[in-house]
Design a binder for this molecule. Structure first.
Ligand SMILES: [Zn+2]
Length: 156
């Protein structure tokens, strides 16, 4: 599975989530996402389970293996997807904290999801990166926390 740190899956407010089993320093790779590659149509055919897919390109999705599929979204994330398939801590994560990234940094299609992340910055709805407020897009781009294919799409 390519897990480089100890993590565990446990129940959380939105179902199941991935948690840090030990303190994780900022910048540390937590896991590599793996799974079969699907097209958008193949993802959509899975209905609600489409949320288990990570977009890695235009019409390219990883249908995530466990435990990667349990990583939930947050509008105030403590992790980010770097280099298409690597989940990394973007701040120090204490043991026992749920590990979450901002799904909008990996989505360019029409997929949306009502958000119940509970953060004070919650946007209420998770949407494609292009639909985020401009300052937030710029912040994620400067931090390098946007999938490469989305950066190319937005710059094109
Ligand atoms: Zn939210």
């Amino acid at each position: 599975m390519g897990i480089t740190l100890r993590t565990y899956v446990d129940s959380c407010a939105v179902g199941r989530g991935l948690f840090a089993a030990e303190p994780i320093a900022a910048g540390t790779e937590i896991l590599r996402f793996t799974g079969p590659v699907l097209t958008l149509n193949e993802v959509r055919a899975r209905g609600a389970a489409a949320a288990n897919a990570l977009q890695i390109g235009i019409d390219r999705y990883l249908y995530l293996d466990e435990p990667g599929r349990f990583v939930n979204h947050s509008c105030a994330p403590n992790a980010a997807v770097l280099g298409d398939t690597s989940l990394a801590a973007i701040r120090a994560i204490p043991a026992g904290e749920e590990i979450r990234f901002d799904y909008s940094t990996t989505v360019s299609d029409g997929w949306t999801m009502a958000c119940r992340c509970g953060s004070t910055e919650c946007r209420g709805l998770v949407v494609a990166f292009q639909l985020l407020p401009e300052p937030l897009r710029r912040r994620y781009a400067l931090l390098g926390q946007v999938q490469r294919f989305i950066r190319e799409l937005v710059e094109a």
